[in-house]
Design a protein around this ligand. Structure first.
Ligand code: HEC
Ligand code: HEC
Length: 333
């Protein structure tokens, strides 16, 4: 062995040893474990939780954030496209709110810069909750218990929409799913995943899925064209990132979705073109990598993807304060 090789080897050893001491036994992989977070502002998160489950934020008094981002079903609605005000069908599949805090921006086209910016959208979207920011705030202001909670969290007597979206975002930040089998493996537990799941992860890396689906969220970190290797023709109406930038090269570019808890959030893709995770993997290989995977490889990758299901947030269903005589009445029209 020559000197340079020895030097490299000893450096690697030093890294391995210091790694073992400083960061536990975390593996050095392009995917990182979801941190187990704490130290939240409890009063703000509790208020945000109420607002997340609050149907009176909608014009009909019937639709809450949880209607389309059901925390009992992986933070999504498992529908091809969501049902909004007056049973209107939305134009796009609803992504999960779980781990959304790890996205570089929110929405398929990234038009909201963060969770707070996002939360104002659905309340006033005529096809979703169909209310307005003014109506939402006056509803809250008509309920003394809400006035007290906002006062406690924000030291104000008059509620505004900034505080509403801030509290919802604070709740959403707690909606992470740590301790998946894969994260246990990342933290050094060799027996946390099976041989097949491990083989699936190796394929995920070697075939190149990892180039787009990486980081803590296993996605959510960049915008990429859907149809790099071969044009995707099933949906050519949804333009993605182009809507934000108006650049020709951003047509059919979408935020790479998180693959955390992917087994819970069928149907897949922005146009919900498949309910089958194996088919989604096959489509990705074909359209993003220009490759035809064998059935056996697809099976292994799916087995790996299922190890990304983490501990779901345990939510105590909030009891919402009663309306008063001043609270605006539901309007179905
Ligand atoms: C009628 C169904 C519906 C309701 C109600 C709704 N959403 Fe959504 N939500 C969607 C759909 C559909 C999208 C994707 C829209 C897009 O990307 O253009 C989305 C996107 C999001 C995203 C972005 C996730 C990502 O990965 O980009 C977040 C976060 C979110 N919603 C939170 C909320 C909150 C908070 C509320 C309540 C204030 C709410 N939603 C109400 C359907 C809904
Ligand atoms: C060049 C970037 C890129 C590569 C490589 C890539 N993906 Fe994707 N992936 C995306 C984008 C962008 C989407 C969203 C497409 C859409 O719905 O518009 C996506 C969506 C998905 C979805 C559906 C997620 C959902 O919530 O609907 C799965 C599953 C998936 N990819 C798995 C894989 C696998 C497995 C591989 C490797 C075989 C792979 N991807 C390779 C960019 C990529």
């Amino acid at each position: 062995m020559n000197g340079i090789k020895l030097l490299i080897l000893s450096c690697l050893l030093a890294v391995a040893v210091s790694g073992a001491v400083s960061a536990g036994s975390d593996r050095n992989e392009p995917i990182q474990a979801i941190p187990v977070s704490s130290g939240y502002n409890k009063a703000k998160v509790e208020l945000g939780k109420k607002l997340f489950f609050e149907p009176r934020l909608s014009k009909s008094g019937f639709i809450s954030c949880n209607s389309c981002h059901n925390l009992a079903t992986g933070g999504a609605d498992n529908l091809p496209s969501s049902i909004g005000h007056k049973w209107q069908l939305g134009p796009i599949n609803s992504p999960t709110v779980l781990n959304a805090t790890f996205n570089i921006a929110q929405f398929w086209d990234g038009r909201a810069k963060d969770l707070k910016d996002q939360a104002g959208g659905p309340i006033a979207n005529p096809g979703e909750m169909a209310s307005s920011h003014e109506a939402a705030v006056s509803m809250l202001q008509s309920i003394p218990e809400y006035v007290r909670s906002f006062n406690e969290v924000y030291q104000v007597d008059k509620i505004n929409i900034e505080q509403v979206t801030d509290a919802i975002a604070a709740f959403e930040e707690t909606l992470t799913t740590p301790n998946s089998k894969f994260d246990k493996w990342l933290k050094g537990d060799d027996s946390a995943i099976s041989e097949e799941e491990k083989a699936g992860y190796n394929l995920f890396v070697d075939k190149g899925c990892i180039a787009c689906h990486n980081g803590v969220g296993v996605g959510g970190g960049s915008y990429q064209k859907f149809g790099i290797a071969k044009p995707y023709k099933k949906d050519t109406k949804t333009l993605g990132r182009y809507n934000v930038t108006k650049k020709e090269e951003d047509k059919y570019v979408f935020k790479v979705p998180l693959l955390r808890n992917i087994e819970l959030t069928a149907p897949y893709f922005h146009d919900a073109s498949t309910w089958d995770l194996a088919e989604a993997v096959t489509i990705m290989a074909e359209y993003q990598l220009g490759e035809k995977l064998s059935n056996d490889d697809v099976k292994k990758i799916v087995a790996f993807l299922k190890t990304l299901t983490g501990e779901q947030p345990s939510i105590t269903y909030p009891v919402l304060p009663p309306s008063t005589i001043k609270t605006p009445k539901p309007n179905q029209n």
